[in-house]
Design a protein around this ligand. Structure first.
Ligand code: PRT
Ligand code: MG
Length: 214
């Protein structure tokens, strides 16, 4: 059996064409079932539906052979025990620093003011500000980061931005680009050896599909 870990929503939707290229069609959509294990047209391939941030953990421990996870998630996780053979170039966005419109971020950086930064991405935020030599207090949040500057919890946030609509709707502006993000294929290291014959053609089909988009 080959088990593939995916999260609901954009990653599932954007992975569907890649699965199709490898001849894999899910029996159900995660949005229309409460099942967490979803069969496919291939009797030896199943999907498991997990939180986006849990995908690397399932693959690391071999509970899934493959998975799809955002680079943001992989950088927070650390990537231990995972091969990351392929950038799937899906679920694209950028990790940004954002503040309330009107907050003088550059001024605060220049003056060496100790800013409070709210984020779910504490590892990447820590690394970013350390590299700039800026001292910050990090406040760990699990969602709705955009709220933090509006209610005085933080001076700035580190969050993912795609259309910019969420920032705009909350009177926030992006003040610094940290990195572009896309989703990667992750593969359990021993699965790649033990199930090589079944896995390699799948990986090749995914790679060909990504290459064909260019
Ligand atoms: O939602 P949940 O807490 O279960 O987990 P999750 O948010 O990690 O999962 P999901 O499915 O929302 O995101 C999965 C992956 O998609 C992330 O790990 C990213 O790699 C990628 N991705 C791409 C995004 C976005 N675009 C994105 N826009 N993840 C989150 N967002 C959020 C962002 O955090 C912000 O709140 O959408 C909002 C901003 O969107 P715009 O379009 O208004 O700019
Ligand atoms: Mg989400």
């Amino acid at each position: 059996m080959i088990t593939i870990a995916l999260s609901k929503g954009r990653i599932f939707e954007e992975t569907l064409p890649l699965l199709a290229a490898a001849g894999i069609v899910p029996a159900e959509a995660p949005e229309s079932t409460r099942k967490l294990i979803i069969g496919t047209n291939q009797p030896d391939v199943q999907l498991i539906i997990v939180r986006a941030s849990d995908v690397p953990t399932y693959v690391q421990y071999g509970a899934a052979d493959l998975g799809v996870a955002g680079k943001d998630v992989l950088l927070e996780h650390g990537g231990q025990g995972l091969y990351q053979p392929l950038d799937l170039e899906i679920a694209k966005c950028a990790l940004m620093v954002a503040t309330q419109n009107g907050f003088d971020y550059e001024g605060a950086v220049k003056q060496g003011a100790r800013m409070r930064i709210a984020t779910k991405y504490t590892e990447q935020a820590k690394e970013h500000f350390a590299a700039k030599g800026v001292h910050v207090d990090l406040i760990k949040l699990y969602g709705s980061m955009e709220l933090a500057p509006l209610v005085g919890l933080a001076d700035a946030i580190v969050d993912l931005v795609s259309t910019g609509g969420t920032l705009k709707a909350n009177n926030l502006v992006a003040v610094e680009h940290i990195r572009d993000i896309s989703s990667r294929l992750v593969v359990n290291q021993s699965s790649l050896k033990l199930k090589h014959e079944r896995l390699q053609p799948m990986l090749d089909a995914f790679a060909a599909t990504v290459a064909n988009r260019h």
